[in-house]
Design a protein around this ligand. Structure first.
Ligand SMILES: [Mn+2]
Length: 313
């Protein structure tokens, strides 16, 4: 994976960076930002980490997570260059009107957009964390134990902890090197998969009880009421769409989560079924096997539209 000299020059020449990632951040988004921030600071630079949403409780084991700010007020007094990670348009980061001087995009999502003065997009990278790893190497940054934990978590979460299709030899080699640098795979796995709140577990039970199977499609739902009853939020549903895929016959799992004015739909698929294409029919996007979109209005109608769309691809 080649890191462009433009990008290295950018990081060398600028002194302070506004580092942001997508809303509802997960491990790849958070770990990539944190590792890059620490590396830049070790080179005498300053960084401001931004996310519209708070860091979910179960990601608060990531070293440095408390550095994230939920406001971009300061950009009004100081125009900084933007580094956008794990997404490629400011809207995805809740940054529509943020005044930034220059913008760099580092992402592994497929895109047809053209935001950014320097765009580095690698649709085949297993995680943005892999790209940040290469960037740090190209900048001769020493990878500390904390950076290793952040990058290892980034790669682990996006590969389903080395189970999905994107688990390449390269991803495993980088993970091994990060382990040498101080990441602890068992501790990260425990933090990611065995540190749930009781409410989150009850929410999963409620969600699994909504399972409907239509041929090779599984549909599950989380209503606002369920969140209220279990004291949880949307962030707690991370990874929920993958559970129905434990059933062998299921080729597509669709998870409907109730939001303010409609439903957020997360799609997971097996093999050649491209759910990014399906999501794009509803103005959403993502990767071939993991994508999503939002719909307004009635749940029953939204489910029917999705089933029709899935049968058409
Ligand atoms: Mn990612």
């Amino acid at each position: 994976m080649k890191v462009s000299s433009d990008l290295i020059e950018f990081f060398k020449n600028e002194r302070k960076f506004f580092v942001a990632t997508h809303i509802n951040p997960e491990g790849d988004a958070l770990g990539s930002c944190l590792a890059l921030s620490e590396a830049l600071e070790s080179m005498g630079k300053a960084t401001v980490l931004y996310n519209r949403d708070p860091v979910p409780d179960f990601y608060r084991f990531l070293p440095g997570h408390e550095k994230f700010k939920n406001s971009f007020e300061l950009l009004k007094s100081e125009e900084l260059p933007l580094v956008l990670l794990d997404c490629n348009e400011p809207e995805r980061a809740g940054l529509v009107k943020a005044p930034v001087r220059r913008a760099v995009v580092i992402d592994h999502h497929e895109t047809r957009k053209d935001f950014g003065d320097i765009r580095w997009i690698e649709p085949y990278a297993a995680a943005t964390g892999v790209m940040v790893y290469h960037l740090l190497k190209a900048m001769d940054a020493k990878i500390t134990g904390d950076m290793a934990t952040n990058l290892y978590t980034a790669i682990a979460i996006d590969t389903g902890t080395f189970r999905y299709n994107n688990t390449t030899a390269e991803a495993l080699r980088i993970a091994a090197e990060l382990t040498d640098s101080g990441a602890r795979p068992a501790a990260v796995s425990e933090a990611l998969y065995e540190s749930w709140s009781g409410g989150r577990f009850r929410l999963l039970v409620d969600v699994l009880n909504t399972l409907e199977v239509v041929g090779e499609i599984a549909i599950t739902t989380a209503s606002r009421e369920m969140f209220r009853d279990t004291g949880t939020t949307g962030a707690d549903t991370e990874n929920f769409p993958n559970f129905p895929k434990k059933i062998k016959q299921i080729k597509v799992s669709a998870f409907f989560r109730e939001i303010e004015d409609g439903w957020k739909v997360s799609l997971r698929s097996r093999g050649d079924i491209n759910v990014a294409e399906v999501a794009s029919l509803f103005q959403g996007g993502g990767h071939k096997n993991a994508a999503g979109y939002t719909v307004r209005g009635d749940l029953k109608k939204a489910k029917e539209e999705l089933i029709r769309a899935l049968r058409s691809v």
